[in-house]
Design a protein around this ligand. Structure first.
Ligand code: B1M
Length: 214
């Protein structure tokens, strides 16, 4: 039954039925499923299939936009559930997070932000298409000990390197641990640009953040 629901959630994203995605997510929550199970085994596979169909030319930009709206509606239902599970977490530090300039992919970054917040970080989410200077200014202003940089495009991941260089120029590189992530990003890339860590997904991001500030 629960596997059926997860498969239907995946299919609703692939079939461009965002209201269906939201309704099925509501049903999955009502059935007592864990929010991360719904995300990892229902929603993310759907987004991956849509992305792959876009890559091969079977789907076009409107398909991406509609799928993203389905995922966003579902995330709005799931975020309070994720936060509730982290209610008792202690404060581990202050994190600034955003998607780098030129990049408007929001969903993965917001999921990471929600999960970090649910696990004890005070999070300042700067949104998407964030200029390099805005990251540096927010780290200075908040005294953050963690900076999360999301990039979903091969053309924008280079901004992660730029931001690390800007932190060095501003003399605050030692104050803050830098975590990078996003589909084209890898451990190797993180090492190349001098980031402190790379996380593949939101659960990995939480573990990494805890390690980095330990
Ligand atoms: Co676009 N897009 N998109 N897109 N999009 C991708 C990324 C793409 C892989 C699709 C494809 O071709 N297969 C491709 C990138 C190719 C590349 O560069 N290698 C692509 C492209 C080409 C584009 C445009 C250029 C298309 C065009 O206009 N011709 C354009 C660029 C716009 C821009 O940013 N300037 C574009 C636009 C869009 C939409 C706006 C329509 C929409 C985003 C809407 C929104 O976010 N509000 C969109 C979508 C939805 C996608 C796909 C289908 C799904 C992304 C998503 O939300 N996934 C995507 C294909 C794919 O990824 N399979 C694709 C679900 C989300 C939960 O996962 O974001 O990967 P993800 O986040 C994960 C991990 O990556 C990680 O944890 C998250 C949770 O597990 N993670 C972090 C992410 N950030 C992290 C930060 C961390 C740690 C972990 O620490 C800080």
């Amino acid at each position: 039954m629960s596997n059926d629901l997860l498969e239907q959630i995946t299919a609703s994203l692939v079939d461009s039925d965002p209201d269906g995605t939201a309704e099925l997510t509501r049903q999955a929550i009502g059935a007592g499923m864990e929010p991360m199970t719904i995300i990892d085994r229902g929603l993310v596979p759907g987004m991956d299939i849509v992305g792959e169909k876009f890559r091969t030319g079977e789907y076009f930009l409107p398909h991406l936009i509609i799928a993203a709206s389905g995922m966003k509606q579902s995330m709005e239902l799931l975020e309070p559930e994720l936060s509730r599970r982290g209610e008792k977490a202690q404060t581990l530090g202050t994190a600034v997070i955003g998607t780098v300039k030129g990049d408007i992919h929001e969903i993965g970054k917001s999921l990471v932000a929600t999960m970090i917040a649910a696990n004890g970080f005070q999070v300042h989410d700067l949104g998407v298409d964030v200029p390099t200077e805005a990251f540096v200014a927010k780290v200075k202003e908040t005294g953050a000990n963690l900076l999360g940089l999301s990039a979903l495009l091969t053309t924008t991941m280079t901004a992660q390197r730029e931001i690390i260089e800007a932190l060095e120029e501003a003399g605050i590189r030692d104050q803050v641990k830098v975590m990078v992530g996003g589909a084209p990003v890898s451990q190797e890339w993180a090492r190349t640009i001098g980031a402190d860590g790379y996380a593949e997904d939101a659960v990995g991001a939480v573990e990494l953040c805890k390690e980095l500030v330990a």
